[in-house]
Design a protein around this ligand. Structure first.
Ligand code: ACO
Length: 356
């Protein structure tokens, strides 16, 4: 039987460090508030117009190729996860392909739009393509350039302070042994609360979902009988509807429930228990969430890896950046049992367990 394994990993974070104190210069917030509620001390912001979600993804991809001992031209397929794409369309998959110079048409590219769980979903797609024998080298990228799309006024502080930029990537290859293989994964979603953590506009919603929930906002859409004006309106711009919205406490309560559930689910699927975990890498949404999950699962400090303190929440990039750092620091070694798990917008949540 063929399995799929993580053959190489790499990450890239922009040089520009933005501390909590830096944010106090543009909005009413404090280092103390941000540290206490989230654990975040600083994050990175990409350089406008030279760095994008796709270029950062390409940097991480090059490193992952090097670690796997392959050339970009060996990549058979790309799965790219992000919520902050360079363009509304086409997706970043084809842009990273162009950045890597592999545009001969041989390699397919797929974009995953699952926000915080995007990388875990993307990895499971790669796992199935490789384990089925369809592809030999699948590149999975999670990358975000959040800083371009955040509200830096005090109104946006509840969301803006938690996000940072960065990218992580892995090369997934066939394995003939369970000693180095993705053992199980699980994916879940519940669209009931889609608007609780979202960037609503621009979009084709026409106000529909929100008006059904009693929202009486005037989005400025063209009347029914007119053509056009349905995707981007002046009212959207005036109202700041291009910024993400989040009901933080609502998200928090569900996250601390779903994280442990999905960890236990993938372990059970793989015939393992919590005691078998060498390293849990939770999506870096909030240090308090990760600590809650650690307590619930009764894991030791050395069994959980967190780096949100330095990078904030990098959404689809957070798990591969953390995994890449944990490997570089020698905290994850070949053969170790690693569990990754994520919860976020959608809501979507997912987990996977692998022997590295
Ligand atoms: N600085 C100072 N004060 C702030 C800030 C800030 N940056 N942000 C909010 N506040 C204020 C609020 O205005 C509020 O003031 P009030 O009591 O006078 O009204 C008070 O702090 C409390 O605000 P809450 O939003 O209730 O704060 P909370 O303790 O819930 O922390 C946080 C907010 C950190 C966002 C938390 O709710 C959280 O982490 N939630 C989960 C986030 C998450 O997991 N998201 C999923 C991944 S993201 C994705 O999928 C895209």
């Amino acid at each position: 039987m063929t399995f799929a394994k993580i053959a190489g990993i790499g990450h890239y974070v922009p040089e520009n460090v933005v501390t909590n104190d830096d944010l106090t210069k543009v909005m009413d917030t404090s280092d103390e508030w941000i540290r206490e509620r989230t654990g975040i001390q600083e994050r990175r912001y990409g350089t406008k117009s030279t760095e994008t979600t796709a270029t950062m993804g390409a940097e991480a991809a090059r490193k992952a190729c090097e670690a796997a001992g392959i050339q970009p031209s060996d990549i058979d397929f790309i799965v790219f996860a992000t919520l902050s794409p360079d363009y509304y369309f086409p997706g970043c998959g084809v842009l990273v392909q162009r950045e890597l110079g592999i545009t001969d048409g041989e390699c397919g590219a797929l974009d995953v739009r699952n926000q915080c769980s995007g990388f875990v979903y993307a990895l499971s797609v790669a796992d199935k393509f490789v384990a089925s024998g369809m592809y030999k080298n699948v590149l999975v990228v999670g990358s975000e350039m959040h800083s371009m799309g955040l509200d830096f006024s005090t109104e946006g502080r509840g969301v803006t302070v938690i996000f940072g930029d960065g990218a992580g990537a892995v090369i997934v290859q066939p394995s003939d042994s369970k000693d180095s293989a993705i053992l199980a994964s699980a994916m879940h979603s519940d669209g009931t609360y889609a608007e609780k953590l979202a960037m609503l506009s621009p979009g084709s919603h026409g106000g529909k979902h929100l008006s059904a929930q009693g929202d009486e906002r005037d989005w400025g859409f063209a009347p029914q009988e007119d053509f056009g004006g349905i995707f981007t309106t002046q009212n959207m711009l005036d109202n700041g509807d291009f910024y993400p919205v989040m009901e933080g406490q609502f998200v928090f309560k569900l996250a601390v429930q779903k994280f442990p559930e999905v960890v236990l689910e993938v372990l059970a699927k793989a015939g393992l228990t919590v005691d078998d975990i060498d390293m849990l890498i939770p999506h870096q949404a909030n240090l308090r969430i990760a600590q809650f999950v650690q307590r619930t699962l009764k894991l030791r400090d050395d069994q959980v890896y967190n780096n949100i303190q330095r990078y904030g929440n990098t959404t689809a990039a957070s798990v591969p950046i953390a995994l890449s750092e944990a490997i570089a620091e020698g905290k994850v070694k070949r053969g170790d049992v690693v569990v990754i798990a994520a919860f976020g917008s959608g809501f979507t949540w997912a987990g996977a367990v692998f022997r590295y």
